[in-house]
Write a protein that binds this ligand. Structure first.
Ligand code: GDP
Length: 191
């Protein structure tokens, strides 16, 4: 799947800028600082990759990456910035809604949750948007190396319980650490 070199295709700020829906795609969503760039880097084995998404000016874009012609990896802008102006948030929500509900080739979303924090209100909002857009999603716990095993088990149980309220959620939770490489082969296989 990731045999080819993964490359940045484009950053999109409006529906008109989306690349042609000529291949399947999966998208990654999560609060800012959840470890999304690190995870995409770990998945693709390309260090410089998601750095593109974190450069100033690109953080509000939907960023498309591809490996060969098979698949797009779509990096959605991180949400939940404490200081984001309302106007920016609204513009972003509008684009996100349009993208999620209108993208025929989008096969699955991965919603990243920090293993230390569990599901927050903004995460539930994104999940509800995925529910109403009929985009199935899977929860990925990030930075699992930062919590002790007992805490990890408790968080997994808690997340599992909260996912029940989302009809579009897969029950299976993927536990990852980009730092340690945990869960990366599993996630790759799922994709
Ligand atoms: P993004 O804003 O969601 O793209 O988050 P980044 O990938 O930039 O990561 C945010 C911070 O968390 C950085 O300081 C990373 O080094 C750190 N981080 C990301 N993934 C992990 C992980 O698996 N384990 C640990 N310990 N730190 C991580």
């Amino acid at each position: 799947l990731f045999a080819g070199e993964t490359v940045f295709v484009k950053g999109v700020v409006a529906m008109s800028g989306l690349p042609d829906p000529d291949r399947m795609e999966v998208c990654f969503a999560g609060r800012s600082n959840v470890g999304k760039s690190s995870l995409i880097n770990a998945l693709t084995g390309t260090k410089a990759l998601a750095r593109a998404s974190n450069t100033p000016g690109r953080t509000q874009e939907i960023n498309f990456f591809t490996a060969g012609d098979e698949l797009y990896l779509v990096d959605l802008p991180g949400y939940g910035y404490a200081n984001a102006p309302l106007q920016v948030v609204e513009k972003w929500q509008r684009l996100l809604k349009q993208y999620l509900s209108g993208r025929q080739t989008l096969r699955r979303a991965f919603v990243l949750i920090d293993a230390r924090h569990g599901i927050k209100k903004v995460d539930h909002e994104i999940m509800s948007l995925l529910d109403s857009s009929a985009v199935t999603f899977q929860c990925v716990l990030t930075k699992a190396d930062k919590v002790k095993e007992v805490e990890r088990t408790a968080i997994i149980e808690q997340v599992r319980g909260e996912l029940v309220q989302h009809p579009a959620a897969y029950p299976e939770i993927v536990v990852t650490s980009s730092e340690k490489g945990w869960g990366i082969p599993t996630l790759r296989a799922l994709i």
